[in-house]
Design a protein. Structure first.
Length: 133
């Protein structure tokens, strides 16, 4: 059961749906609803992750809109979730300098797992690609 008046409960319900079905289309409406109920909820992180996972036309633009403040000032994401997604998008779009900026900030976040992942990604980006030979 989900308390429809509680943003965290709605967010959790969306997360449970995503985990159980692996279908972002079913979970995304719950994340949007939670954000409308409480703009400060962590549902934005979940929504951005679900949009990246779904990867339909327009989803990357929506992620960029939702994460514009962090893209402008990476220090705003002290957990690293949004930085990780922004770095992933930057790499996909061949914006290496942006990816490096996000990953460098990500090494300073409170989530040690994400900080370690950032260090590995930085190391990988610093190596010349075998595909460029």
């Amino acid at each position: 059961k989900c308390d429809p008046g509680n943003a965290d409960a709605v967010r959790g319900y969306g997360g449970a749906i995503l985990l159980k079905t692996r279908n972002p289309d079913l979970a995304i409406p719950y994340f949007y609803k939670a954000i409308r109920m409480d703009p400060e909820t962590k549902a934005q992180n979940d929504l951005v992750f679900a949009l990246l996972q779904r990867n339909k036309p327009g989803d990357i633009d929506e992620i960029k809109r939702l994460t514009a403040r962090v893209a402008e000032n990476p220090a705003l994401d002290n957990e690293g979730v949004i930085l990780d997604i922004l770095a992933t998008i930057a790499v996909r779009e061949n914006r290496t300098e942006d990816a490096l900026r996000y990953l460098k900030q990500m090494t300073k976040v409170t989530n040690q797992g994400l900080a370690e992942r950032a260090k590995m990604k930085l190391e990988a980006l610093s190596r010349p690609s075998v595909f460029l030979k």
